[in-house]
Design a protein around this ligand. Structure first.
Ligand code: FES
Length: 127
């Protein structure tokens, strides 16, 4: 694999679960997070009012069955779907896809994270 488009973050061995790092990718600040062993990378600029969304709280996505709009009959929190909530006003995004939870037409840019020779990189081409 060519490393021309890869931006180095740091060695995987030093990137502990719960850690976050900020890197610059093509002029944009990107937050790289390790959550439950998985790596995620999101642009650190909230689509609401430009807040530092990558520093927000990470949680599990609420999922459920609806019988009609607004009426949930079953609910649970997905183990494998994570969200991040902007610390300024709480807009929440799917960490993997960047979709804003209340409106999936609003999509926070996300990036692929690549592990190569024990080093964590962000792929500068958006996922
Ligand atoms: S700036 Fe992120 S929710 Fe307002």
């Amino acid at each position: 694999m060519s490393t021309a488009e890869l931006i180095e973050v740091k060695p995987e061995a030093e990137f502990e679960d719960g850690d976050r790092e900020l890197v610059e990718v093509n002029g944009a600040q990107v937050g790289v997070l390790r959550v439950d062993g998985e790596f995620y990378a999101v642009r650190n600029r909230c689509l609401h009012d430009c807040g530092p969304v990558a520093s927000g709280k990470v949680g599990r996505k609420l999922v459920g069955e609806f019988v009609e709009p607004g009426k949930r009959v079953e609910k649970d929190y997905a183990d494998d779907e994570k969200i991040i909530s902007c610390p300024w006003h709480g807009w929440s995004y799917d960490l993997e896809t960047g979709e804003q939870l209340a409106d999936d037409d609003i999509v926070l840019p996300t990036y692929d994270v690549v592990l190569e020779d024990g080093v964590v990189y962000v792929d500068g081409q958006r996922s």
